[in-house]
Ligand binder design. Structure first.
Ligand code: ZN
Length: 69
């Protein structure tokens, strides 16, 4: 089953919710596992991590030539 990461706007904690695709499509009622608030939003961690990794060589090395220039 896929896992979804959520962040609570009230306590700023992140937590993982495991739900099936059909549950998600029906409109999953997610509440914070820490404080019980329904003021939560989904975090697309895999996408943001991927973008961050992509940026790293540009910031660190200055170019993407692998040290040839
Ligand atoms: Zn919370």
């Amino acid at each position: 089953m896929p896992a979804y990461e959520y962040r609570c706007d009230d306590c700023n904690e992140t937590f993982t919710v495991i739900a099936s695709m059909s549950e998600k499509e029906k409109g999953l009622q997610v509440v914070c596992k820490i404080c019980g608030s329904s003021n939560v939003r989904q975090v697309y961690s895999s996408i943001s991590v991927g973008a961050k990794n992509k940026d790293l060589p540009i910031i660190g090395g200055g170019c993407s030539c692998g040290g040839a220039c």
